[in-house]
Design a protein around this ligand. Structure first.
Ligand SMILES: *Cc1c(COP(=O)(O)O)cnc(C)c1O
Length: 415
């Protein structure tokens, strides 16, 4: 046995010593399942069941229109935004829950372009989560007047920063590899040429420690249904640093971002503060479910969450690489835990079939084109024992060729 192959007792000791162990029981964990897809759709917090029952039966069913005031539905986007703020290094009043990540990126990108009217370029990176680039294409197409999207990779990003760049848009943690960008350094480099930066925190909030204000960040967006466990299609969030709030204006100037929505005036007056980045009526059921997931993460705290993310992903990588499939799998995630988020991805030409064979055996990961088997490590629900078992199964499935069956090659619509 190599030092990397810890015994069952050693793994059990990790779970005993885990300061976050108590949080595992707060999530619904389907019998016989090891869920390594919390980076795509987080597990359901058990308390979501009672919360949703109350929202539906009492708040919606009985209170009806009175719920906006009596249950503070109207305040929910800012209330939950304040809770998220604590997880990402922002202050209360700098985050609001609204819309989808895609729509929020559009709002902030247009607002940022309009704040730099003489600059034509949105700079971003190819190969990250595609909706971000699709939305930015739409931003430059809609705004016109010579505006364009430029894509640069890695070290070339800094080299492409110049006085024509209005806004740099980057994902903090990469959705496929989990690689983390240096938020402080890239933000400073963009500021040095007078550009703004939008950070996408979809693979960061709830799994990493983020320090937006410590990095002097301008703007950010992020997802509610991944590591924040807000449920399928949960609303997203956005961050605007306080210093920018009164100078940026949302292009989706809906009534919920109006200074006084219930005066029903004909002209648009943006609200003061973060509220102006709301658009339409908040999805109360969705925000209520999100509040449960965010509340648990806030209780655990980003620092402890981040430490467990590093420990779980380290264990998985070490165990897979000490196991029987090491020679066939290529790690595409950073090996250093400090450079890695919650994803661990391995490349294999039969990545799709491998993931299907694991799902058939009770370990859910996912596949990302063209050849990446991706495993997401949601730190609060997972135990070290589950992670060790998943690593052992991956070793078995690959080394024994258990994936090599036609039914595991059948592609579904959603991968
Ligand atoms: C998951 C994710 C999104 C999701 O966008 P939606 O509009 O909620 O579908 C956006 N960006 C990144 C980087 C993501 O990982």
């Amino acid at each position: 046995m190599t030092p990397d192959q810890q015994t069952e007792d050693q793994i059990a000791a990790l779970d005993v010593a885990d300061p976050l162990a108590g949080f595992r029981a707060r999530y619904e964990q389907p019998e016989g399942l090891i869920y390594l897809d919390g980076n795509s759709l987080g597990l359901m917090p058990k308390a979501a069941r009672t919360r949703m029952a109350r929202v539906v039966e009492q708040e919606w069913g009985q209170s009806l229109i009175r719920g906006w005031n009596d249950h503070d539905w109207i305040g929910a986007p800012l209330r939950v935004g304040d809770m998220i703020a604590g997880l990402i290094g922002a202050e209360a009043g700098e985050v609001i829950v609204a819309d989808s990540t895609s729509a929020n990126l559009y709002k902030l990108a247009v607002a940022a372009m309009q704040a730099r009217p003489d600059r034509k370029v949105v700079l971003s990176e190819p190969g990250d989560f595609p909706t971000d680039l699709y939305m930015l294409e739409g931003v430059v197409r809609t705004m016109g007047q010579g505006r364009r999207l430029e894509l640069r990779q890695g070290a070339e990003i800094k080299a492409a920063l110049n006085a024509d760049v209005a806004v740099l848009v980057l994902c903090h943690a990469h959705y496929k590899t989990g690689a983390i960008r240096d938020m402080a350094r890239l933000t400073a480099a963009a500021h040095a040429v007078g550009a703004l930066v939008i950070w996408d925190l979809s693979h960061s909030a709830g799994v990493l420690e983020v320090d937006l204000n410590g990095c002097d960040a301008d703007l950010a967006v992020g997802c509610g249904y991944k590591y924040l466990n807000g449920g399928p299609g949960a609303p997203a969030f956005l961050f605007v640093a306080r210093r920018h709030q009164d100078s940026l204006v949302s292009p989706l100037s809906g009534w919920m971002g109006h200074a006084a929505p219930f005066t029903f005036r004909d002209d648009y007056q943006p609200a003061g503060g973060i509220a102006r980045f709301a658009c339409g009526t908040p999805p109360v059921l969705g925000v209520s479910a999100l509040e449960v997931g965010v509340g648990i993460a806030a209780e655990a705290g980003a620092k402890a969450i981040r430490a467990k993310t590093a420990a779980l992903t380290d264990l998985f990588i070490r165990r897979v690489e000490a196991g029987p499939a090491a020679a066939e799998l290529t790690l595409v995630s950073p090996r250093e835990a400090s450079a890695r988020g919650g994803n661990v991805s391995f490349r294999h030409p039969d990545g799709y079939a491998i993931v299907q064979a694991m799902i058939a055996r009770g370990v859910i990961g996912d596949f990302r084109d063209p050849d990446i088997a991706r495993f997401g490590f949601s730190p609060l629900p997972l135990s070290f024992a589950q992670v060790a078992r998943a690593a052992d199964l991956l070793g078995e499935v690959v080394s024994q060729g258990l994936y090599d069956r036609p039914e595991y090659r059948q592609r579904a619509r959603v991968t």
